[in-house]
Design a protein around this ligand. Structure first.
Ligand code: NOJ
Ligand code: CA
Length: 585
């Protein structure tokens, strides 16, 4: 049932409104925050080994403060063999030497505090690395031992135990089970891994696992982090008996929804885990937060994750997957706000992250990207990069006008495209190898950032080649080049973020402006701001109002101090978004 039809607000000059959400007055910095995702290995390489590091983040944090974000979320920098770019953790309470030391982490935290930026870190509780001490101990201990019980070991099926214990598949391709050799050298039990072979799943039926993660939470909270982004938060608990299941283990944000009945996702016992964690965070005051990476469907189920005593936020992947389909977008926005309002939680919005093709590339296609967005290669149909960047600006501007929190992925403020010309020999995502190259994986969105066009590797680092090659276009998109161009993507982001803060849009309300919603355009009012996006091929007439910001300014003058005044009759081009100030009276 749609609430659109239930809540009618009075008409403004531009026509009737359908109210969906009223302004949020509850306390909590995160409720309206813009959180910037730093992917450490690709952010900035200060020691010249070709891989980003914590010192590089510290050095460039002022750029993020200048962008006017509230917080940064760091993907994993913990000790790890890097089989899944750090989502395979071998020590949760230390920094991998690749990225630096705990002292470097503390220096980064001090710099963030000086700049008034909060820092959220990634917590990976579903699985660890096969090099983690607990897993090594499990391998050395007999079947049925407490060491094995930290993980999900089972005997195989078939006369010799040569078949996996059930039919579950790994998210990265192939079976979700790997058979070990027992300490005596004989083929032995199997262990479950929803992701790569090198990522054994923990057994969350074991209290010792709970105790260990509570220790990890406190370790980072004591070091001053503002909270945790919880990796595959919907997967920790598995259904009793590990029943067979026919679907693919789509537990990741790069795919669609897992089925409602998936025995490895969304089990009821998860919620008590997050309640316990919330109590721990509360001991540190009201400002530490938990954000779920939980791919659950339908949206009201996602609301279960952010009830008042559970997590603070959850990623809104339905929003990301709605693309530029205005009917889907309207449905997701309405359903999100209504479902989350019912439990008193803010929504979040997101367009890109380290698991999906960047939105400047996705929107360079009419219709879906090739390979279902599972990476794009040299021999695939190529995107229109100019169109993609233009539409990306429009989509970001549409998103940043919405009430709630927003997540940005590093480089989207530069309008970066995916890296497409990556030689097979350099592809590192385990998906590529586990599917025999059929799925290219996520390397394309993880290419190191361009900072300064004239420097080696466009300023990512002055030593060895970056761990993934940068496309040629990165030079003209480098941050220093865009800083000097008044109408660049970067300067648009700076203006959007400053204006969003000034107008308090993150705390605002949302009503659809019906006369400007069509099959190819969407318009909403948030407070006194009107946001219109046109994804159709033809220009649309603008409602009356003062133009605050356009996603495709023709010239620098359109950013001039005195806003243009429109009384109707002006147009919004194809693939553009505008923020207008409603005429008063
Ligand atoms: C989700 C992360 O975002 C992704 O990068 C990772 O591969 C999986 N979880 C497994 O940890
Ligand atoms: Ca480095």
């Amino acid at each position: 049932m749609s609430v659109d039809s239930m809540l009618k607000a009075p008409a403004i000059a531009a026509g009737p409104l359908t109210l969906v959400h009223t302004a949020d007055e509850a306390a909590g910095w995160w409720r309206s925050a813009v959180i910037y995702q730093v992917y450490p290995r690709s952010f900035r390489d200060l020691n010249g080994d070709g891989i980003g590091d914590l010192a590089g983040i510290t050095a460039e944090l002022p750029q993020l403060a200048r962008l006017d974000v509230d917080a940064v979320w760091l993907s994993p920098f913990y000790r790890s063999p890097q089989k899944d770019a750090g989502y395979d953790v071998s020590d949760y309470c230390d920094v991998d030497p690749l990225f630096g030391t705990l002292a470097d982490f503390d220096a980064m935290m001090a710099q963030a505090a000086r700049l008034n930026l909060r820092v959220i870190v990634d917590l990976v509780p579903n699985h660890c690395s096969d090099q983690h001490a607990a897993f090594q101990a499990a391998l050395g201990a007999p079947a049925g031992s407490p060491e094995r019980d930290m993980f999900i070991f089972r005997d195989g099926r078939g006369p010799f135990g040569e078949e996996p214990p059930n039919n579950w598949e790994s998210h990265f391709g192939g079976p979700a089970w790997t058979r070990i050799s027992e300490p005596d050298g004989q083929p032995g039990q199997w262990y479950l891994h929803l992701f790569d072979t090198s990522q054994p799943d923990f057994n969350w039926d074991n209290q010792a696992v709970h105790d260990e993660f509570e220790r990890v939470l406190r370790f980072w909270l004591d070091r001053g982090v503002a909270g945790f982004r919880v990796d595959v938060a919907h997967a920790l608990v598995k259904a009793p008996g590990l029943p067979e299941w026919g679907g693919r283990a789509d537990g990741n944000s790069c795919d669609g929804y897992p089925g409602h009945d998936a025995p490895m996702f969304g089990q009821p016992a998860l919620h008590d885990i997050y309640r316990a964690w919330r109590r721990i965070l509360a001991e540190y005051g009201p400002d530490r937060i938990l954000c779920a990476e939980a791919n659950v469907d339908p949206l009201p189920r996602l609301a279960d994750w952010v009830r008042p005593d559970e997590m603070h936020q959850a990623f809104n992947f339905p929003y990301l997957h709605a693309g530029l389909d205005v009917h889907r977008l309207r449905g997701v926005i309405t359903d999100s706000l209504v479902a989350l309002d019912a439990v008193g939680a803010p929504s979040t919005w997101v367009l890109s992250n380290h698991d999906v093709v960047r939105h400047a590339t996705r929107f360079g296609y009419d219709g879906p990207a090739p390979r279902d967005g599972d990476g794009i290669g040299t021999f695939d149909r190529q995107p229109d990069s100019v169109l993609g960047r233009k539409r990306a600006a429009a989509a970001s501007m549409f998103m940043l006008g919405l009430p709630g929190g927003a997540y940005l992925y590093q480089g989207e403020e530069l309008g970066l495209p995916d890296g497409i010309d990556i030689p097979d020999s350099q592809r590192q995502d385990p998906t590529f190898a586990r599917t025999g190259g059929e799925r290219l994986g996520r390397d394309g969105c993880r290419v190191p950032l361009p900072w300064r066009a004239a420097e080696p590797h466009t300023g990512f680092g002055s030593g060895q080649d970056p761990w993934l090659p940068q496309p040629a276009s990165f030079a003209e998109l480098a941050r220093d080049v865009q800083t000097e161009q008044p109408t660049s993507h970067l300067n648009l982001y700076r203006r959007m973020l400053a204006m969003r803060r000034q107008l308090d849009l993150g705390r605002g309300s949302l009503a659809w402006l019906e006369n400007w919603c069509s099959d190819t355009s969407l318009a909403y009012v948030n407070g006194t701001t009107l946001v219109v996006m046109n994804v159709g091929p033809d220009p649309v007439d603008l409602p009356p109002g003062h133009v605050l910001l356009r996603s495709s300014p023709e010239s620098a003058e359109q950013y001039s101090a005195s806003p243009e005044t429109y009384d109707g009759g002006h147009q919004l081009g194809s693939g553009e978004t505008v923020w207008l100030n409603l005429p008063v009276g």
